[in-house]
Design a protein around this ligand. Structure first.
Ligand SMILES: NC(=O)c1ccc[n+]([C@@H]2O[C@H](COP(=O)([O-])OP(=O)(O)OC[C@H]3O[C@@H](n4cnc5c(N)ncnc54)[C@H](O)[C@@H]3O)[C@@H](O)[C@H]2O)c1
Length: 254
């Protein structure tokens, strides 16, 4: 089940947090994993960790907001591991700030990383997938996009854009046997949420209440998100496309 031997996976933001768990889980199923991250040093540590645990991984430095850098990263991955079969758009960024206090510069940063970064990465790999007549594109959205999230209006909008983009792309490339799906985590303990809370009392107040709001009464773990990614990446999920799956203890039900 969920055999990924001979598959090449590109995981953006794979150095830490949810992306690290995804990279590790894909590698443990046999995929060769290219950890594509803006932070080269942590990406290299994560690749070493996977290689020491009998997986195959490489670290590739790239800022997903820069199409030129993404294209270079994809060529390097192709040279070393072969064309990308599985793209996991995981890299993301946010800070919890009420919309009225945000600035246009902040909106641009949030939209560039969370939405345009996904477009850049898909654009860089899709022709190879079409040529191969197969591929899996899995993007990490957020329950913020599905139920809303105070202090994350622009981020929720960008994540909502990923969901709409993915459904439309899924229709366009279905004839090429490429599936496109979105996984929406709820609050998950990672360096991102730790930093948000350390920097802002507002974020601390909202995130500390989550255990009471989530039906299963706890936040998620990166490994729980990774398990859903492995499923969508596998042959067993070949007939599933254009879907959005929340992995959030019941925070969103639909
Ligand atoms: N943690 C949560 O509670 C939560 C909830 C819902 C959705 N998400 C989403 O899950 C994904 C992973 O989040 P996380 O909590 O693990 O975050 P994190 O900050 O812990 O890790 C994100 C990784 O992305 C990398 N990254 C950031 N900007 C980049 C760029 N421009 N180019 C390349 N790499 C870049 C970082 O270096 C880091 O390694 C994000 O898309 C996030 O929006 C997280």
């Amino acid at each position: 089940m969920f055999e990924l031997k001979d598959k090449t996976a590109m995981v953006t933001g794979g150095a830490q947090g949810i992306g690290k768990a995804i990279s590790f889980a894909l590698a443990m199923q046999g995929a060769k994993v290219a950890i594509t991250d803006i932070d080269e040093a942590i990406a290299a540590q994560t690749a070493d960790f996977i290689n020491q645990n009998s997986g195959t991984a490489m670290a590739v430095k790239a800022d997903i907001t820069d199409i030129g850098k993404v294209e270079k990263a994809v060529s390097l991955i192709k040279e070393q591991f072969g064309a990308v079969d599985i793209l996991v758009n995981n890299a993301g960024w946010d800070r919890m700030i009420p919309f009225v206090k945000t600035t246009p510069d902040f909106w641009n940063k949030v939209i560039d990383i969370n939405y345009k970064g996904v477009l850049n990465c898909v654009y860089a790999v899709i022709n190879d997938m079409i040529e191969k007549n197969g591929g899996k594109i899995i993007s990490i959205g957020s329950d913020a996009a599905r139920v809303g999230s105070s202090g994350e209006a622009v981020y929720a909008g960008a994540k909502g854009a990923i969901i709409s983009f993915s459904k439309s792309l899924a229709r366009e490339v279905a004839r090429n046997q490429i599936t496109v799906n979105v996984i929406c985590p709820g609050p998950t303990d990672t360096p991102l949420t730790q930093q948000m809370q350390a920097e802002s009392e507002f974020a601390q107040k909202i995130l500390s209440k989550m255990d009471k709001v989530i039906p299963l009464r706890r936040t998620g773990t990166p490994e729980e998100i990774a398990a859903a990614v492995v499923f969508f990446a596998s042959k067993e999920a070949d007939f599933i496309t254009g879907q959005t799956l929340s992995v959030s203890g019941g925070l969103t039900m639909s």
